[in-house]
Design a protein around this ligand. Structure first.
Ligand code: 6V0
Length: 331
């Protein structure tokens, strides 16, 4: 007789809840940080990882299976076969080509387009109802490309965008005024990159608009030197990369934060990459970050910010920059 029958009296079949399954595509530095963040914040108890590198998948799976002992009873499966993501509620995409010597920004994007043309239709085939969260860079362009390739309903494809840049802004605000970061509000919008816009008109501390007490924010005569914070927010990634070769922990937690909002359908507002056509006189089909209400099916609503004319102009410049890059891509 099976010793198991001595241990248990069998009543019903074991099942695993499917409605909270989250999959990660690409288990490099960023994918690992996303996985660790999902696991230790107990955002889901059902995770799948997919990568084309078999040793990496096997190694990370073994390592994380034991790490999961320190979290709730989380089930993690991994494979080089993409059907491991079947029935996911969220698919987080971090796979992408790495920049090689001599690669321009466009050649890198074009390599990623080829990767995405292969994997996106398969993701849609195995997880047609999943919200896709794009992380691979350049994230705004990759969100645009994924939306076009996937043909999913509006809002189901979303980019991590400036959610991380906005946290960085709150960090600097919190240090500047010596208050908790949760009491510092306001958005970084536009491209996740050099043309990102800190929307000064949206910044509040403890409910007070900073522009109401400092009319010169960001100008050369600004005694608070907001332009320094602007530079810090936008150059942080490059600084981290020059020191450790990549960034992963903050983006991992930032993406887990988005996943938490979506899986719990809690309708928090996050600045994420969405279709921006029609907002702030943007006429081109570009994707960039705007604050959006997120729920279980992705983007529900985009917040209409009352931006100043200068902020609108900067946002349109960001859109132009992205559109010019987009024009050179062959999908
Ligand atoms: P990495 O460490 O090289 O990991 C990439 C992983 O993707 C590797 O494990 C590859 O094997 C895998 N991969 C590549 N192509 C495929 C494929 N066709 N199918 C399956 N797996 C594949 O890179 P890292 O994790 O550091 O970065 C991943 C991406 O995230 C890059 O595009 C970064 O530029 C981007 N980031 C985006 C950020 C954001 O704020 N949006 C922040 C940091 C990094």
């Amino acid at each position: 007789p099976d010793p198991r029958d001595k241990l248990f009296c069998h009543i019903a079949e074991h099942t695993r809840r499917q409605q909270n399954k989250i999959s990660i595509i690409g288990i490099g530095h960023v994918g690992q940080a996303v996985l660790a963040s999902l696991l230790f914040q107990k955002i889901t108890d059902n995770i799948a990882i997919y990568d084309r590198d078999e040793d990496k998948i096997k190694g990370e799976l073994l390592d994380f299976q034991y790490a999961a002992m320190y979290s709730s009873n989380t089930h993690i499966e991994g494979s080089t076969k993409i059907n491991v993501i079947v029935n996911s509620k969220i698919v987080i995409i971090t796979a992408g080509a790495r920049r090689q010597k001599g690669d321009t920004r466009i050649t890198l994007v074009q390599k990623n387009v080829e990767v995405f043309q292969d994997i996106i239709p398969k993701i849609v085939q195995y997880a047609p109802h999943a919200v896709l969260i794009l992380v691979s860079n350049p994230v705004d362009i990759m969100t645009y490309i994924t939306d076009k390739i996937s043909c999913l309903p509006p809002g189901q494809v979303v980019g991590s965008g400036t959610n991380l840049d906005t946290s960085r802004l709150h960090f600097y605000m919190s240090h500047k005024y010596n208050v908790a970061a949760e009491s510092c509000k306001g958005w970084v919008i536009g491209e996740h990159g050099e043309t990102a816009v800190i929307a000064y008109s949206t910044l509040t501390v403890g409910g007070t608009y900073i522009e109401d007490i400092n009319f010169k924010m960001g100008e050369s005569c600004d005694i608070e030197k907001w332009s320094d914070i602007h530079n810090e927010v936008l150059t942080t990634s490059a600084n981290i990369i020059s020191l450790k070769g990549y960034t992963n922990w903050a983006i991992g937690l930032s993406v887990a934060d988005l996943a938490h909002t979506i899986i719990t359908n809690n309708k928090s507002v996050h600045p994420v990459t969405v279709s921006a056509k029609g907002f702030y006189c943007i006429t081109e089909d570009v994707y960039l970050s705007l604050p959006a209400v997120l729920g279980e099916n992705g983007v529900i609503e985009v917040v209409r910010l009352e931006l100043s004319s200068k902020e609108c102009e900067l946002l349109r410049k960001s859109a132009d920059y992205l559109y010019n890059m987009q024009k050179e891509i062959k999908i």
